[in-house]
Design a protein around this ligand. Structure first.
Ligand SMILES: [Fe+2]
Ligand SMILES: [Fe+2]
Length: 391
């Protein structure tokens, strides 16, 4: 179905409101791209955000590759960055702060400094043709990134150029998308700061570890939700808060004494008993249930050490009495602790870790979740590549 221009304008206004309610930066980028592509009938798109003076590839969607099953969530976790200069299309748009609407990237005029980089197409087996690239500019005229949408389609699904009228709407829409992105980035940074505080106390809880646990958690949930027929909106809303809450699973450790947290040897029984209180102490930080985010963070902090067989702590909950998010984070957290090297232990061998997860299905972990985890293992590995441990 093609929308006329008036419909599009009112749709964009409605989306603005929606964007302002999204807390997590990744779910925000997902929504921005999805809505933009739907309104312009674009097959694919990506968003680059400015980081350390480079454009960082931050999000991608591609219907054709998804149908071929060549694009799964693995690509979302690819990480590369391009410089802001005149050589690439995205770099040029970021540098000039002006959008570019190119009918066919393979036929760009010799007089322009930029050219199309076909390496993604070659790797993915995709053909980019029309491309619209919009700068994301703040009200203070700073460029914080670019959005690129690719291959507008006609009614038959054939690639056609993007309309000039689309360019106008998108430049307008990009303004509100930008302020929502800035807000979500600030939320993410605040969370990371909270985590850094915990990390100062317990060096095991690093930024990379929590980023990985957050990403594993939403990927496990996504698959679980599809298998359990949850509605698109429900999935989206839950993912929005799950990543942040999962990242905060161990902030309760700020309440544990350094003597215990930094002890270079195994904890004795009494010390371990104190250590275990971090679950309850963490939950207390989110008590009050002011928002969905608080409720979920409370659940995760409180239950991420419970075990499926009821032999966990602090409340020895069993099976589905443990909230889903707690069961998901338990698996994600243990997996990451085993597969990563820590000061007191080397990284476990991959095969050993998988064998242990399988063995613990139905004991430590929810068996359905272990099965899901193994079925999305290529995505899990992509997440590990995206957030490596920093030395
Ligand atoms: Fe913990
Ligand atoms: Fe952890």
């Amino acid at each position: 179905m093609q929308l006329d221009d008036d419909d599009k304008l009112s749709q964009f206004l409605k989306i603005n409101d929606e964007l302002n309610h999204i807390k997590d930066i990744d779910s925000l980028l997902d929504t921005i791209l999805y809505k933009t592509r739907r309104l312009t009938n674009a097959d694919a798109g990506s968003i680059f955000l400015l980081e350390n003076k480079n454009l960082n590839f931050s999000y991608v969607q591609n219907d054709t590759l998804r149908r071929r099953d060549a694009l799964n969530n693995k690509q979302i976790y690819s990480s590369f960055s391009i410089p802001i200069d005149e050589k690439s299309i995205a770099g040029y748009v970021a540098l000039k702060g002006k959008s570019l609407n190119i009918d066919d990237v393979h036929k760009v005029n010799d007089t322009v400094p930029y050219s199309f980089n076909s390496s993604f197409d070659e790797i993915a087996g995709y053909t980019t043709q029309s491309m619209m690239t919009i700068p994301l500019i703040t009200t203070r005229s700073q460029v914080i990134g670019v959005m690129q949408i690719i291959n507008a389609k006609d009614e038959l699904g054939n690639p056609v150029p993007f309309k000039t009228s689309d360019e106008n709407y998108l430049n307008f829409f990009a303004g509100s998308a930008t302020s929502a992105i800035e807000k979500a980035k600030m939320t993410r940074e605040m969370i990371l700061r909270m985590i850094k505080m915990a990390e100062l106390r317990d060096p095991k809880e690093t930024g990379s570890h929590v980023n990985r646990v957050g990403s594993y958690a939403i990927e496990i949930f996504q698959k679980w939700a599809e298998q359990n027929n949850l509605k698109y909106r429900e999935i989206k809303n839950y993912k929005d808060i799950l990543r942040i809450s999962a990242m905060l699973h161990d902030v309760g450790k700020v309440s544990i004494s350094d003597i215990i947290l930094k002890k270079p040897a195994r904890l004795n029984e009494g010390e371990f008993k104190i250590m275990k209180t971090h679950a309850y102490q963490g939950a207390k930080l989110f008590h009050g249930n002011v928002s969905d985010l608080d409720t979920l963070s409370y659940d995760i902090a409180y239950t991420h050490h419970e075990r499926w067989d009821g032999r966990g702590y602090p409340r020895m909950l069993k099976g589905k009495n443990i909230p889903l998010a707690g069961r998901i984070v338990a698996l994600a957290d243990v997996y990451d602790a085993l597969i990563s090297a820590r000061v007191y232990k080397p990284a476990w061998d991959e095969a050993e870790v998988i064998a242990l997860l399988k063995k613990e299905a139905g004991h430590h972990f929810d068996p359905e979740l272990v099965e899901i985890f193994i079925s999305i293992y290529d995505v899990i590995k992509a997440i590990r590549n995206k957030f490596p441990d920093k030395e």
